[in-house]
Design a protein around this ligand. Structure first.
Ligand SMILES: Cc1ncc(C[n+]2csc(CCOP(=O)(O)OP(=O)(O)O)c2C)c(N)n1
Length: 322
């Protein structure tokens, strides 16, 4: 890894910097998320990166279900619940409407109104992918955030195309004839990069300042931005709820979920890992969805993770010079 690239995460300083984070909550308490839900923790951080001039478009999924049991809401922002498949299409319309109203003088044109679309991995990698692709290619000025708990969780842990290799879900059950999910996880961040989104980042609530910084950047630039947030799900993964933040860190430290950003085509890894990656088994162990894995699948898992991390380091070297 090139020594010149300045990494954003300097953990000792972060402890102090966190005290400076906005105290105002836009995703407030009272929601019904499960214990240890990292997606809910992530939302809390995400909405500390923006001000009240923000409109949220939320696809059906856990985060919508837990935050809006009629007649209550956890949202202190304008918030639209939309269908499972069209969060990015609705966000495109909202962004276009804001522009039109500002042009006509019916909305203060000096106001920077941020539009954030939110979807789970099912709503993003599978059923909403078409709408997302269209919105990115039309270059709407909005930020799409996928919280990736690696399955269709609120409907009972069905596998999505973002479910990792070998994970047992209700539609990819591990047993005598199957070792769980049979294919590799779809890489949504790279799909957004391929659309030439102006800003793309992976993030994790276990690194709150990094997450907040990335959301700030995504919402401040003019143009389409995509953030892929890792979201540990104790209910669906069979993990200890007290372990969610630690597990998010292990995902990053093993490279299973590498943290990086691509700002106008330039890659930058977010973590300094001078000792290299930890073995993937540090992350896999302790998760019920992986407990059946045969050694050959673990080996394949390790190989894919190492190869992807090496590719990212190469991309960083290549693109930082551009
Ligand atoms: C077209 C359509 N198909 C299926 C459903 C049922 N459904 C609602 S939410 C959901 C799962 C959502 O999964 P994901 O996007 O990963 O979010 P999570 O529940 O994990 O937060 C499903 C299958 C629906 N609402 N609409």
């Amino acid at each position: 890894m090139s020594a010149e690239v300045k990494r954003p995460i300097e953990s000792a300083l972060n402890v102090f910097a966190y005290r400076l984070v906005e105290k105002e909550e836009f995703f407030t308490r009272g929601h019904r998320a499960c214990q240890g839900c990292a997606a809910a923790l992530g939302l809390r951080h995400i909405f500390k990166a923006v001000d009240k001039d923000t409109i949220v478009i939320n696809a059906t999924g856990c985060m919508e279900i837990v935050s809006s049991p009629y007649p209550f809401t956890s949202w202190a922002l304008p918030w639209l619940h939309v269908a499972f498949e069209n969060a990015a299409a609705v966000a495109s319309g909202v962004e276009a409407a804001v522009k039109a109203l500002q042009r006509k003088g019916r909305l203060d044109p000096s106001k920077k109104i941020k539009v954030i679309a939110l979807g789970g991995d099912g709503g993003t990698a599978d059923i909403g992918l078409q709408a997302l692709s269209g919105a990115l290619i039309r270059r709407h000025n909005f930020t799409y955030i996928c919280y990736d708990n690696e399955a269709y969780m609120n409907t009972g842990v069905q596998g999505s195309s973002a479910t990792p290799l070998g994970a047992s879900t209700t539609t990819t059950p591990a047993g005598k004839v199957s070792f769980g999910q049979g294919y590799w996880k779809k890489n949504l961040a790279e799909i957004a990069v391929a659309h030439k989104a102006d800003y793309v980042a992976t993030a994790c609530p276990s690194y709150p300042l990094d997450l907040i910084r990335k959301v700030k950047r995504a919402t401040e630039i003019e143009g389409p931005a995509y953030i892929h947030m890792f979201a540990v799900c104790p209910t669906g993964w069979g993990t200890d709820p007290a372990y969610s933040v630690r597990l998010g860190r292990l995902a990053a430290e093993t490279g299973v979920f590498p943290l990086y950003e691509v700002d106008h085509g330039k890659y930058r890894l977010s973590l300094d890992l001078p000792q290299g990656l930890r073995p993937v088994t540090d992350y896999l162990k302790g998760q019920r969805r992986f407990r059946h894995l045969p050694q050959e699948v673990i080996d394949e898992f390790q190989e894919m993770v190492t190869r992807e991390y090496e590719r990212l380091k190469k991309m960083e070297r290549l693109t930082q010079e551009l």
